[in-house]
Each structure stands twice: as C-alpha cells, then as structure tokens.
Ligand binder design. Structure first.
Ligand code: 3PG
Length: 400
C-alpha cells in the first residue's frame, strides 16, 4: 500500500476521499475535529502544487438530495482552515462536477456535494454501486484516501475508485491511524489495558474477543457492565442489560481467566429511578442495587479500583464512557477514567468512538492523549483485528 508521500503528486489532479461526517446543529458545525484531522494531508498536497477534488458523506440521506445534509457548511469550514475558497459542486454527481474538475487549476480545491445523495455510493453489491466509482475516478489522475472514519464501509468512493485510477494512496491521517492502532494491537508496551464502556455489549464483543489474551487487563464500565454482572449472578434492578448476550458475557469471563487477561468490573454504583434523573438517589454496592432502580454511573470504590489499574499501565485503549456522562450527576466515573489516563506521562493512550471523544474534549484533555482516533465503527473494527475494506482496496490497487 502506498501513502501520499511515496507518490509524485506535483501538479496532479487528486480525488481526495475524506471523512467530514461532522455533527451539525441548525446548519452549524459543532465539532470540526474530523476536518482539522485531514488538513495536514491537504496542505501537503497543495504545497506540492496539486489540485484537489474533495469528496465526503454527511449523515444518511439514503440516495436522495436532502438540503439539510448538503456539505455547504463543511466546504466553508474547510476553506477557512486551508485559507482559500473551497467551491461546492451542489447536488448529485453529474456534468457540473466534470466541468468543475476540468477547470481546476493547481492549488485550487473544490468539494463534491454529499456522496450519499447518489444511491450508488452505498450500494450493497458491485452491481448496486454500478459505475459510480468509475465516474468519480474519471475526475482525477490520483486517488487519495484519508477517510479513516469510513474505512469500514464498502462504499463506492472507498472500495471502487482505486480500481479505476492509475495510482491510489492513503493520506497522512490514514497512516497515523494505522500506525497507532496497529502498534496497540501488535507491539504494546505492558501492562496493556483495554477500557471498555458504553451502553451495549453487542458493539464491543468483537474487540473483547480479539483482545482477550493480548491485553493484561480489561476494565468494563458503563451499562455494558450490567450484562457481565448478570452473567456473574448479580441482580441489576431496572438497569439496562442485553439479556440475549449473557452467555457471550459468561464465555468472555471464562476465557479471560484462562487466557491471562484480568477482568475488572464495578463494585459499586450511583443509581436513580430512571435514565432522565438529574441527580443520584444514592451509592450502592454491586450486590445491593435497589430492585426498582437503575445504575447510571460507577461508584467511588470502583473509580479507585479502575484508577489503580490505569496508573500502572503503559498502553491503554479506551472506548466507551463509564456512565451517563451527558448528565453532570453521572459523569464522575467517565471523567475520573479520563483524568487517570491523561495523567500518565509515559504511556501510549488511544481513544476512539464519538462518546469517548466527547468526554476527552469536555475535559479539555485531548492534548494529554497520545492519539484520538477519528473512527467510530472503523476504530472498533480495526481493533477487532479485521482488515478494513479501505485498506484492502488500497493494497490491492495501489499502482497499476
Ligand atoms: C462515522 O461517523 O462513524 C463515519 O463517518 C461513518 O458513517 P456511517 O456510520 O454513516 O457510515
């Protein structure tokens, strides 16, 4: 697989797949991290005298033009960050895009509108995707993929375009993600700790199974811990659980023991009657959850236990908050874990997934982490040990 610094891009026209799937409120971008993350590759290409046709998706418009999901605010913000005008080619891919790409001069940047306005982009099969990838490819001479966030999707702009351009390569963001996540998987300094939280076990089964035996410790918090507690025979009151995954949780508990990964589960909690509670009704031990209540954060003793494990770790991969951190009263556990990791001077700390990212930014501690992945689903799948379609396509069709 090639990266952009191994390809002669001087004066060339680049089709640049980025993941600018950013949160918007009333048309205003509330978090531009994903755009900022692609800026180094974009600036590098512009310094080399290349011209850039940016392409990205936003939300799930399901193959229709949805004006609220136009990339207009994203094009504007990208232009601000690059210090130049980024003209948006509105609507579906058609003649306007061909003309704009033809007219593009070195050092200029245009952006195609939301790729997912075109139904073929997300087609499930090669047939459903048709010649959309080929049409995109025809706009440029070289394809650059710097869209780690969408690397797990078999979308036309991710897996088909490389088949039709002479040269395809990854950008610096893709390279950084691959290096940091790859190091954590393949060459970790020990003790190596996985911190897993969030609501659902179902989204974390793959990671847990892949990391069992590789990590020294697995810390489990958030509502997903409830399913593990149920598997261990505890009553969890009205707490969120995935009953159909209790057997999977049992098998992970058993495998952890035999494979040398120590599992750390909560020993106490903050609880309340309902998820919309604004204050905790009390602290309870793991074996004393009131039957008419639900647990919404880890308790003080658990925070101490988890912090002690983190303080001696050298590699940490964190995905998922420890409780309902969106409500101040139930944010303590997530914030404590965040602070404990951020306080480590000599450790590789990697965070991934939207909610976890949000905790880190809420605490203004982003610069204390070694790496914050821009991926959500792609981060999880990478750590599950799967080869992501974007990497596969770039490997297969780098240079023809
Ligand atoms: C993300 O936000 O995780 C990526 O942009 C992928 O988006 P998707 O889940 O809509 O494919």
């Amino acid at each position: 697989m090639l990266f952009i610094d191994q390809v002669d891009i001087s004066g060339k026209k680049l089709l640049f797949r980025v993941d600018f799937n950013v949160p918007l409120e009333n048309g205003v971008i509330t978090d531009d991290n994903r755009i900022q993350a692609a800026v180094p590759t974009l600036k590098y290409a512009l310094e080399k005298g290349a011209s850039i046709i940016l392409c990205a998706h936003l939300g799930k418009p399901k193959g229709k033009v949805v004006p609220g999901l136009s990339l207009a605010p994203v094009a504007k913000r990208t232009g601000e960050l690059l210090g130049l005008d980024v003209v948006l080619v509105e609507g579906v891919l058609g003649d306007a895009a061909v003309q704009a790409a033809d007219a593009l001069l070195p050092g200029q940047v245009i952006m195609l509108d939301n790729l997912r306005f075109n139904p073929e982009e997300t087609g499930k099969t090669v047939e459903e995707r048709g010649d959309f990838g080929k049409k995109l490819a025809s706009l440029a001479e070289i394809y650059v993929n710097d869209a780690f966030g969408v690397a797990h999707r078999e979308n036309a702009s991710v897996v088909d375009v490389p088949k039709y351009v002479q040269t395809s390569c990854g950008g610096f963001l893709l390279k950084k993600e691959q290096e940091f996540l790859g190091d954590a998987l393949n060459d970790p300094r020990r003790p190596y700790v996985c911190v897993s939280g969030g609501a659902k076990v179902s989204t974390k089964l793959g990671i847990l199974n892949n990391l069992l035996g590789k990590v020294d410790d697995i810390i489990i918090g958030g509502a997903m811990a409830n399913t593990f507690m149920l598997a261990k025979g505890y009553e969890v009151g009205k707490s969120l659980v995935e009953v159909d995954l209790v057997d999977d949780a049992k098998s992970i508990i058993k495998k952890a023991e035999s494979m040398g990964s120590t599992l750390h589960l909560p020993v106490d909690y903050l609880y309340a009657a309902a998820p919309d509670a604004q204050a905790a009704e009390g602290v309870c031990a793991a074996d004393a959850i009131p039957s008419d209540s639900m647990v919404l954060d880890i308790g003080p003793e658990t925070i101490e236990n988890f912090t002690a494990v983190l303080e001696r770790s050298k590699t940490i991969v964190w995905n998922g908050p420890m409780g309902m951190f969106e409500t101040e009263a139930f944010a303590k556990g997530s914030l404590a874990v965040c602070e404990a990791i951020a306080g480590l001077d000599d450790a590789l700390s990697i965070v991934g997934g939207g909610d976890t990212d949000a905790v880190v930014h809420l605490m203004h501690l982003a610069d204390k982490f070694s790496f914050i992945s821009t991926g959500g689903g792609s981060f999880l799948q990478f750590l599950e040990g799967k080869e992501l379609p974007a990497f596969k396509a770039l490997k297969e069709y780098s240079n023809k």
